[in-house]
Design a protein around this ligand. Structure first.
Ligand SMILES: N[C@@H](CCC[C@H](N)C(=O)O)C(=O)O
Length: 292
């Protein structure tokens, strides 16, 4: 069997998107890893499956799988992409869809950008979750490689934000994995390093849970915005500048976080599911591509 996919990205955080609304699809972790592999598969940071909605008022359910096959409940950049796809499909300017973290609302913004209401920032240690009681404004128990005391924020998924003087000097490749797997994070965590540039601008780099370094992380940008505001370093609306570009983040009076940024389509293709052939070990995903 073959399945059509669309390759999309938000600021270079890239996705293989499958529409499984008419034919169910629950790939194994090994299949997702094979598709996400940049040398032998299509290559992506996350694998996104659009499933039928389960609740009234939602157009679809967005399922998120990381490159390592694990499931995540939130993905900001993919939320803008899927929101845009569903709005295009419906000829609408706003749409609601489900994720494992809850119902999200997307709408068109200026310059072809998309705004997603990412829901409330969750700030209690149990909600992150942390392994034990701690002040989420400065989690003293978390430190590694000379960096410590992050702000912990849950945006539907766990984040730890470290403020630094020079974000480019952080050896993210060396320390990201150990911080993701720190014992204080029982569900692992996405790791952000942030440098405040002004009360309205923050530069950040990210190590994503289940994907490693990516060019952008939408939920991570939301977490950075919330963390900076909680520490009194910025106002309630900031531009978060990632390796792949800029997202505007606003923490509203009702506690919800609004994220605005671009959406891009790259190419379409077909995945051929099937058993391993030749010397490869595990599932092989053959694919062919065309410009979107
Ligand atoms: N790239 C995403 C986040 C994807 C999920 C994350 N790696 C996790 O495991 O929580 C984004 O744009 O938010």
């Amino acid at each position: 069997m073959t399945r059509e996919f669309l390759k999309m990205h938000g600021l270079g955080n890239d996705f293989v998107v499958i529409d499984a609304r008419s034919t169910p699809y629950r790939p194994s972790a090994a299949e997702v890893q094979a598709i996400a592999d940049r040398k032998t598969g299509v290559g992506c940071d996350q694998f996104i499956i659009v499933e039928p909605a389960t609740k009234p008022g939602a157009s679809a359910f967005m399922r998120i799988r990381n490159a390592d096959g694990s499931e995540a409940a939130a993905c900001g950049n993919a939320s803008r992409c899927i929101g845009w796809l569903l709005m295009e499909e419906a000829g609408a300017d706003r749409v609601s869809f489900e994720t494992a973290a809850g119902l999200l609302h997307a709408s068109r913004a200026d310059g072809g950008r998309v705004t997603v209401d990412m829901g409330p920032a969750r700030l209690d240690w149990q909600q992150i979750p942390l392994a034990g009681p701690a002040d989420t404004l400065r989690v003293e128990a978390v430190s590694h490689g000379g960096f410590g005391g992050p702000v912990a924020v849950n945006m539907g998924n766990p984040h730890a934000v470290f403020f630094v003087d020079d974000v480019m000097a952080v050896p993210l490749e060396e320390i990201g994995g150990a911080l993701e797997h720190h014992p204080m994070f029982p569900e692992r965590a996405n790791i952000e390093f942030a440098q405040v540039l002004s009360p309205t601008a923050v530069r950040m780099r990210v190590w994503e849970r289940g994907a490693g370094i990516t060019r952008a992380c939408g939920s991570g940008a939301c977490a950075v915005g919330v963390a900076a505001m909680r520490r009194g370093l910025t106002g309630r609306k900031v531009d978060v500048i990632l390796d792949g570009g800029t997202l505007t983040i606003e923490w509203t009076g009702d506690g919800h976080v609004l994220m605005t940024g671009p959406v891009a389509t790259s190419f379409t293709g077909r995945l051929a599911e099937g058993p391993a052939e030749g010397p490869a070990d595990g599932p092989v995903v053959r694919h062919e591509c065309a410009d979107a």
